[in-house]
Design a protein around this ligand. Structure first.
Ligand SMILES: [Zn+2]
Length: 676
């Protein structure tokens, strides 16, 4: 199922032709469910008619206008990559066109990939097979890490939370095949079923890799035992929200004491990292478990575990039976997807993942106009200003804390559209007939590129998302808010749309990312990105109480299947949404000052249009299985509550729709959550 405006897909990228058909681009009045009462269920009101007409496509687990726009972006990337693939032979060697064209071409060569089968990964399997001692294990774990097969730990660069100008080494817990550590322990029937299905999935993959059924079943049990031990020593996703819980900066010899049987000096030397650089161990207890497994687990079992980790990581890039089995467990069983995405789309996603800035450069050239960038930058500036003015009026924050908050606000670095400097992928070796080798080459480049940052001053120009990505982020250590070109599309943003549509669409996203600078995590970092308290004790306590209100609000929301939102898990994102809508609304109001009042549309005031735009851009429908995984693992509330949650706290919304005390969209005054 496609957007009704399928013919206009390309005009999503700023050409005015189709915008003429939709003068209110970003808000579509035909998407409104007129039978719903905006004061009772604004989510249903704003986008109910669209969802009724647009069921989730078989290969997707969520669907909304924003998801549709994200998938439409892949159509554009598809065109770029088909052209690059056709023209690769004549493109200069190592040029971006040549790299992405050959990578995509190799990915699309299903016949060669299928003919090769498991042989594609015979090198990695031979490494694991050759292990005869604990010191051999070290060598193989390191080699696999260099191919981004991070088991059992993940190693990389990290900005020093105590010296934010510096980049240090970091090791984090990793090496689990289920979505989150609690999946290994939850006692409910569904979780037990999931573990049984996972055992069956592991066994099936071993059979595909050449094991007999009895051996494969036995191997699955070994994998489950080891992953369960690693999960038991890992923090859960709520504990991981506390930056102090993963703050353990050490010297190399101190880390060495945690794992006497794993030589970190060799590890650093192989990655050409200065051994005197500080090393943060996110979870010392996890490394202690690693050491315990090195001591207690047989080499034979370690080889089974590492073989599994290779299969798990490589399966989506291998022959059809591996791809289908990986899909059957991760997308179909865990998330309810009905069918695999078409091959071209998976190859587009893989190219974006592995050579994202080479592809992103082409994408921007084709789609993202300087006018769009300028409009977006202006909105960011205005919403930052809205928070500045808002902080000055807060009655709960002391002048001392306000001064520090404003200092932090003044150092926010907004990035819009695409990086100023693109990555140079010339070290990546891409051949047309060996897809897994291409994947490995790109991964090795990414691991080395990241390791090369360790011990250097922080580079503020790097991006954590690729340009075509339909998403945005805040980084508390760089104090930056980042909006890739891929999210700057209708329904979120359109350079030709009204202020009501844009401030109501991308505006709350901008406000959301800004608010992350002051959520339960972001508030713990100061203006320089240092993990350091800048609040007075009384103000911080008040702030935490206001956060507790949000935790209570969201813990009260249930989703299908009897699950509750976990208020503590979604706290940061919910603070982001609460602040985001408010700040965008304040900026929108200000944008109307001193100008003729914008026209009503079909009886909807500009203020109502703002909120309708927000409700429509957040209108995700989600499959029940995907919703279950989302609620258990994702720090965002489900979309419905991202609309209902913040709006039911906002008097501005209630005023715009003349909602009354007692309506579902009006939280009682004593339960209303207010931060900004
Ligand atoms: Zn967020």
């Amino acid at each position: 199922m496609r957007l009704p405006t399928i013919a206009c897909i390309t005009v999503f990228f700023a050409l005015p032709l189709c915008a003429q058909d939709k003068p209110l681009h970003g808000i579509d009045l035909s998407d409104i469910d007129r039978n719903a009462n905006p004061c009772q269920d604004f989510y249903e009101f704003a986008n109910g008619a669209w969802r009724a007409k647009n069921p989730i496509p078989a290969s997707m687990v969520m669907w909304s206008k924003r998801w549709a726009a994200g998938e439409a972006t892949k159509d554009v990337l598809h065109g770029i990559l088909e052209d690059a693939s056709a023209n690769a032979k004549t493109a200069p060697p190592k040029s971006a066109e040549r790299l992405i064209g050959d990578y995509y071409g190799a990915c699309m060569d299903q016949n060669t990939i299928d003919a090769l089968g498991i042989k594609a990964i015979e090198r990695e399997l031979a490494w694991v097979h050759s292990v005869a001692s604990v010191s051999d294990l070290q060598i193989v774990i390191q080699k696999l890490n260099e191919e981004a097969i991070f088991a059992p730990f993940a190693f990389g660069s990290s900005q020093d939370p105590h010296n934010p100008q510096a980049v240090i080494a970091d090791a984090a817990a990793s090496g689990l095949g289920l979505p989150e550590r609690d999946y290994y322990f939850k006692p409910d029937e569904k979780s037990k079923e999931t573990r049984q299905k996972y055992l069956e999935h592991i066994a099936t993959m071993f059979v595909l890799a050449g094991s007999d059924k009895a051996t494969a079943d036995a191997n699955a049990k070994v994998v489950m035992r080891m992953e369960t031990a690693f999960a038991g020593a890992s923090l859960n996703n709520v504990e991981l929200r506390d930056p102090h819980a993963t703050d353990h900066k050490m010297k190399l010899d101190e880390v060495q004491k945690l794992t006497p049987d794993f030589n970190w000096s060799t590890y650093f030397a192989d990655l050409k990292i200065d051994p005197s650089v500080p090393f943060n161990v996110d979870q010392p207890k996890f490394l202690e478990e690693f050491q315990k497994q090195l001591k207690d687990t047989s080499i034979a079992d370690w080889k089974i575990y590492l073989t599994w980790q290779v299969l798990l990581s490589a399966a989506p890039s291998l022959s059809t039976p591996f791809v289908q089995e990986s899909f059957a467990f991760h997308q179909k069983y865990l998330q309810g997807a009905a069918e695999l995405k078409p091959r071209w789309k998976r190859c587009v996603e893989a190219t974006d993942n592995d050579l994202g800035e080479a592809l992103g450069k082409k994408y921007v050239e084709k789609t993202f106009s300087p006018e769009a960038k300028a409009r977006m930058q202006e909105m960011v500036k205005n919403i930052l200003l809205a928070l500045h003015d808002d902080i000055l009026t807060l009655t709960w924050m002391s002048d001392e804390t306000k001064k520090k908050a404003l200092e932090k606000l003044a150092t926010f670095n907004p990035k819009v559209g695409y990086p100023d400097k693109w990555k140079d992928y010339s070290g990546v070796e891409i051949t047309r007939d060996a897809y897994w080798s291409d994947v490995v080459s790109a991964r090795r480049y990414a691991v080395k590129d990241d390791a090369a940052l360790i011990g250097k001053p922080v580079d503020r120009g790097r991006w954590g998302m690729t340009t075509p990505t339909s998403n945005a982020y805040y980084n508390p250590q760089l104090n930056e808010i980042v909006f890739p070109a891929g999210i700057l599309l209708p329904p979120m943003f359109d350079v030709t749309a009204t202020d009501a549509a844009n401030y109501g669409g991308i505006g709350p996203v901008i406000g959301h990312e800004i608010s992350h600078g002051f959520d339960d995590q972001g508030a713990q970092y100061d203006a320089t990105g240092e993990l350091k308290n800048w609040w007075t004790p009384a103000d911080y306590k008040d702030f935490q109480n206001r956060g507790a209100c949000v935790v209570d609000q969201f813990s009260g929301y249930t989703v299908d299947g009897g699950l509750h939102e976990n208020g503590k898990l979604v706290l940061g994102e919910s603070i982001g949404d609460l602040g985001g809508v408010k700040l965008a609304y304040l900026a929108f109001e200000k944008s109307m000052q001193g100008k003729p009042r914008p026209a009503d549309k079909d009886g909807f005031t500009p203020e109502q249009q703002f909120f309708i735009s927000w409700g429509q851009s957040r209108g995700d429908e989600i499959r029940p299985d995907a919703q279950r995984q989302f609620v258990l693992t994702n720090p965002h509330p489900v979309s419905k509550y991202r609309v209902l949650g913040p709006l039911s706290n906002l008097p501005e919304f209630q005023k715009a729709f003349s909602c009354k005390v007692g309506d579902a969209m009006v939280r009682p005054a004593e339960h209303r959550c207010v931060i900004w």
